[in-house]
Design a protein around this ligand. Structure first.
Ligand SMILES: [Fe+2]
Length: 326
């Protein structure tokens, strides 16, 4: 249990309490108000908790866009809100994720909403790994949540790596893989606007299959079903079978944590050491789910044998130009 103090001026100092929520990763954090400036020792404790637990949950914080952006900045410089989608007007680092709100009439319409609307489709992924320098940390806050459904689930790629056999770990340590959009699913047809935009964005990168986290030296799997197309050093059938094996392993329930959102909740996670999956179980309810996300800029990955991420096409993600909060 990690403890630190809170800076609330003129008030009794709060005690930060970090409570693990699964056997391997994820923790609830209480005793801190994220809408206030964080004292240095509180920030140090939060960074240590993020390093140790990889996903942190802060319940019922009710941040504004500006407070969420301010919180993210405490973990590093920010990356653009999205490679091509527009941010929330006046808040260039805030990306809105809104789903639900209209109840599909029947099974066919539900099918169309799910499989023909890219925003509804997700699959396990880390954010923006088609870039050579995907975001390091993600800060997601729930504004409006459905009465049921809409949970997000994360998987822990450090533990998943550690629980592979030693010969397989050594094998994966040597490899690199290609990441691009439109891998994990291909929506029906080529006329879909988002599909065309994603392809036109041209982000393609090669990353080590295993990355070393610079703060801890821990190794994490760094592939995901949504973005990873193939392992570069293997033949196509070898690559497919190895990736299927790794994907099935890393998404096992014992490496996962699921968060039941309440309005105001904030999740902060290490995008280099986890994958997550958005919910697919609420759009038929006709209830709105609105989330806001901010990215902390990342760096190219470093593999155990010295291999680093390389851009196949597209710019560095955090190099989209400095933007000021409006
Ligand atoms: Fe995501």
């Amino acid at each position: 249990m990690d403890r630190a103090s809170d800076p609330a001026a003129g008030k009794p100092r709060q005690r930060l309490v970090v409570t693990p929520v699964t056997g391997h990763f994820g923790a609830d954090v209480s005793g801190v108000r994220l809408d206030r400036p964080l004292a240095p020792d509180t920030l140090t404790a939060l960074r240590r908790a993020l390093r140790r637990h990889r996903v942190l949950f802060f319940r019922r914080q009710a941040l504004t866009h500006g407070q969420q952006t301010g919180l993210a900045r405490r973990f590093g410089p920010l990356a653009p809100a999205h490679p091509w989608q527009e941010p929330v007007p006046g808040h260039p680092f805030i990306h809105a994720l809104a789903t639900g709100g209209s109840r599909p009439a029947g099974a066919e319409e539900q099918h169309r909403a799910r499989w023909r609307t890219p925003d509804y489709l997700s699959g396990w992924h880390a954010d923006i790994t088609a870039a050579v320098d995907p975001p390091s940390f993600c800060i997601l806050r729930a504004a409006t949540v459905p009465s049921r459904g809409g949970d997000t689930t994360w998987a822990d790629l450090v533990t998943a790596y550690q629980q592979l056999s030693e010969p397989l770990r050594r094998f994966l340590d040597e490899l690199t893989a290609e990441h691009r959009y439109m891998v994990g699913y291909v929506p029906f047809g080529v006329t879909d606007t988002a599909s065309r935009t994603a392809t036109a964005a041209g982000l393609v990168a090669h990353h080590p299959v295993v990355r070393v986290l610079p703060e801890s030296g821990l190794r994490a799997l760094f592939v995901n079903p949504a973005f990873t197309s193939h392992i570069n050093e293997l033949s196509p059938p070898e690559s497919r079978r190895i990736l299927d094996l790794v994907f099935a392993h890393m998404t096992r329930p014992e490496f996962s944590v699921r968060h039941r959102w309440e309005a105001g909740d904030v999740a902060v996670w290490d995008n280099r050491a986890t994958v997550h999956i958005a919910p697919e179980d609420h759009e038929h309810l006709g209830e709105v789910r609105t989330m806001y996300r901010v990215f902390v800029a990342g760096s190219p990955a470093l593999g155990p044998t010295g291999r680093t991420s390389t851009a196949v096409s597209g710019p560095r993600y955090q190099a989209a130009g400095p933007r000021t909060e409006g």
